[in-house]
Structures are given as structure tokens and as C-alpha cells.
Design a protein around this ligand. Structure first.
Ligand code: SF4
Length: 414
């Protein structure tokens, strides 16, 4: 049933600029780690990056490094290194790949950026457990190994509404980080600088939302697979002017695609929602598989996780608390189902793919009846594919292809 023609991957022109600012970011981190004056903080992906940046830290995101290990397919052979020191193959394969890479002295940064050996050594580690407990274990291991302080936010979980009580709690926890950060950085927090950083994060997030929402057009000008690449600056550079400038450029290009009716997937026939993590080592294969079937996977929960409409420069810390609590992954199933239903409508979706990632239960929403409930309410069919974000031993390419082809056939019959 696959179309005869080979899928065309359409290059986004802004990619060159994105690669440049990501390269600048990694070299800046590397320089900061070598300098006596600048300090390096490691931060979880939805940790208090705004605070760290405002205090002058160069900020490294180990999840970004772990995703690079996945995308370069280095992760699978590094995971056993972490297993040998007691981290189960069943826990987060970002954690096991990243710690494995450290133990082996291996990093995709060294291959991509001459002169960089690997992630910068931290002066402090800062986590937020809003996404999962694994990040705390992950950072605690490095804290012990490298003898640096590890501090963080223990986030409430599984709530439907972001109440004032929850915001008060996280606000106080963020404030409690400041004395340690001032001691490590040797500088006092400048409230004006924090306001400016939060304002830039707000702008970045708003542009990123607009970028993702271009996919509501028919045909969609970008796919989820493009999004996983172009979200880089929203993850590692939020709170900077570079990220804002980049998303202005990307948005303009996508708006032009809409005006010219340029489809990310030629002959788009089906519009698919992706729920869960990407399979980093299979981005290209999955992108091509869906393109061959004229199915555009055009929107996801994952890429939208870096949209934080609650940032407010007038109330920087409180709005950071609200934004971090608003994250999809930390909410109840009732909230998640409402959210997905709205997305299905907005993007005119006719099928959902759930990625059940073996080592990331927190980001796998197919295990407690959600696909069945949503299908009953919306009539939109779904397919669960088993796999993993980083550990390719959990991925069966044959089974994925067979199941996806059968699913698209089912959509066609419908
Ligand atoms: S959310 Fe999943 S992938 Fe991300 S750090 Fe936690 S367990 Fe790992």
C-alpha cells in the first residue's frame, strides 16, 4: 500500500542558522568550564534555567546530551556501562546513556565540535523532579562523583489544576535555591536581570508555540520529526536573545511555506498526533516511514512541552513556578486527556501514535487506558508502538513498520 515514490525530506532553510547557534552555545559552555570567572550549572530540561542564566551561569542540560547520544546511536552500547555500577536497564535510558558516556569518556560533542571533549564540568547541579525522579538520581550520582553541590525542586505531581497552594510551594523552593547559587557564583541575584531573562524566555516560548502551530495548516509545513530537531534552542537557550532571533527566522520560513502551500509530507493524506518521546536513533527512519505512507506526523505533546505561556517578567519567580507546574508530564490523566482532545481538534488529527517508551514510564501515556478512553470519546483511532527513546535494544523496526502500515491502512479504510 505504500506510495511508489521515494519520500522527500524537505530541508528547512533555517537549519543552518540553528546549527550555528547550537555550536556557539556548546563552545561557550566549553569556554566557561575552562575559565576561572564563569561558573557552570547543570539543569534539568524544565528546571530553573531562567534563574541560573540570570545569575551568570553557563547552563548545560544533560538531557540534551543524552538525546544526542540517542540520535547518534551511541547510547545503546554505553547503557551497559551504567548497568555495571547498579543502574538497571529498565530505568531512564537518558540517565544510563549519559552516565555510561561519562564512565567511558565518550561524547557526541567531541565528534561534532573539534576541541570539545565532552560536557562541561559543573560547579553546581540543579534539578526539578516535575518530570520524574530519575533526574534527581542522575544528578545526585554526578554530585558525588564530582564533589559538587546538588540542589533542586521536589515538585508535586498528578494534579489537574495548578492551584495557588502548589505555586506557593514551588515558589518557596525556587527562592530557597538562591543562597547556594549566590555562594557558588560569588554574585548576588540581580532582580532586573532575572526579569529580563524571564521576558526573553516568554518571548522564546511564544515564538516556539507559533512555530508548532503552523502545523495546523493544511498541508502542514513541518512535522514532529522536524520539531524534535528545531526545539534545540527552546530547550538549551531559552532566556536568551539568540533563541528569540532564531524562532523569528524559523517562523517566517514556515509562514512562507503555508503561503506557498508547501507540504512537509508530499500528498499529505493523513494527519497524525505523536504522543510520547521520540525514538532518537530512528528519527530519520520514522520520518521516512510515515512520509512513504503520505501520513504527516505533525504535532506532539513532546515538542509542545517547551511552551510556557505562564512566564511573566513582572512576577519572575512565581511565574517560573507556575510555568514549571504547568508542564504536561506532571499533570493528572484528566488534564492530559483534555489537553490532547483540544490538540486533536486544533490540528485536525485523524490518528494517534502512542510511543510506549520502555525506560520512560512518565512520558508513556498508553499504560493506563488513555488510548481506549480517548478513542471512545473522540472516535479517533490510535496505535501503540513499543520502543524506547535511547535504548535501541527495545526497538523492533520490523514490528514498527508492520504495525504502522496496518494502522495507516485502517485510516484509509475509515
Ligand atoms: S522524563 Fe523520562 S526520559 Fe526524561 S529524564 Fe525522566 S525518565 Fe528520563
Amino acid at each position: 500500500m505504500a506510495a511508489d515514490k521515494q519520500p522527500q525530506r524537505k530541508k528547512i532553510e533555517a537549519t543552518g542558522q540553528m546549527m550555528k547557534i547550537m555550536s556557539d552555545y556548546f563552545y561557550d559552555l566549553n569556554d566557561a568550564a575552562k575559565s576561572d570567572e564563569r561558573k557552570v550549572a547543570w539543569c534539568t530540561s524544565v528546571g530553573p534555567a531562567e534563574l541560573l542564566r540570570a545569575m551568570g551561569f553557563a547552563v548545560h542540560f544533560p538531557e540534551n546530551h543524552a538525546a544526542m547520544l540517542g540520535a547518534t546511536r551511541m547510547a545503546t552500547e554505553l547503557i551497559p556501562e551504567a548497568n555495571t555500577i547498579g543502574y538497571s536497564p529498565d530505568i531512564c535510558s537518558y540517565l544510563t546513556a549519559d552516565i555510561g558516556a561519562y564512565l567511558k569518556g565518550s561524547s557526541p560533542l567531541a565528534k561534532a565540535y573539534p576541541g570539545i571533549e565532552g560536557p562541561p564540568k559543573p560547579d553546581v547541579l540543579v534539578y526539578n523532579t516535575n518530570q520524574c525522579r530519575d533526574v534527581q538520581d542522575w544528578f545526585s550520582w554526578y554530585a558525588k562523583e564530582l564533589d559538587v553541590p546538588c540542589i533542586g525542586i521536589t515538585s508535586p505531581k498528578n494534579f489537574t489544576d495548578v492551584s495557588e497552594i502548589l505555586i506557593d510551594d514551588v515558589t518557596r523552593q525556587i527562592e530557597a535555591l538562591i543562597p547556594t547559587l549566590e555562594e557558588v557564583s560569588g554574585k548576588k541575584l540581580d532582580p532586573q536581570k532575572l526579569r529580563e531573562t524571564v521576558a526573553l524566555s516568554r518571548e522564546c516560548t511564544e515564538l516556539w508555540r507559533q512555530v508548532l502551530e503552523t502545523a495546523a495548516a493544511t498541508p502542514a509545513p513541518l512535522t514532529f520529526f522536524d520539531g524534535t530537531i528545531h526545539m534545540g534552542p527552546a530547550v538549551v537557550l531559552r532566556g536568551t536573545q539568540q533563541a528569540v532571533d532564531y524562532y523569528q527566522q524559523l517562523l517566517a520560513e514556515l509562514q512562507q511555506r503555508i503561503a506557498d502551500q508547501v507540504a512537509a509530507v508530499d500528498g499529505e493524506k493523513h494527519r497524525i498526533y505523536w504522543e510520547g518521546m521520540p525514538v532518537w536513533g530512528r528519527l530519520r527512519q520514522h520520518s521516512e516511514l510515515f512520509s512513504e505512507l503520505q501520513a504527516s506526523v505533525l504535532v506532539s505533546t513532546y515538542c509542545s512541552s517547551w511552551v510556557f505561556p505562564d512566564f511573566d517578567a513582572e512576577q519572575p519567580i512565581r511565574s517560573m513556578a507556575k510555568a514549571y507546574l504547568g508542564l504536561f508530564i506532571v499533570r493528572s490523566d484528566a488534564y492530559k486527556e483534555e489537553y490532547i482532545k483540544q490538540m486533536l481538534k486544533k490540528f485536525q488529527i485523524d490518528g494517534i501514535i502512542y510511543h510506549d517508551a520502555k525506560t520512560c514510564p512518565c512520558n508513556s501515556n498508553s499504560r493506563y487506558g488513555m488510548p481506549q478512553r480517548l478513542e471512545e470519546e473522540t472516535g479517533i483511532p490510535s496505535l501503540v508502538i513499543s520502543g524506547d527513546l535511547n535504548d535501541l535494544r527495545c526497538v523492533s523496526d520490523e514490528q514498527t513498520r508492520t504495525n504502522v502500515e496496518a494502522f495507516i491502512e485502517q485510516l484509509e479504510e475509515k
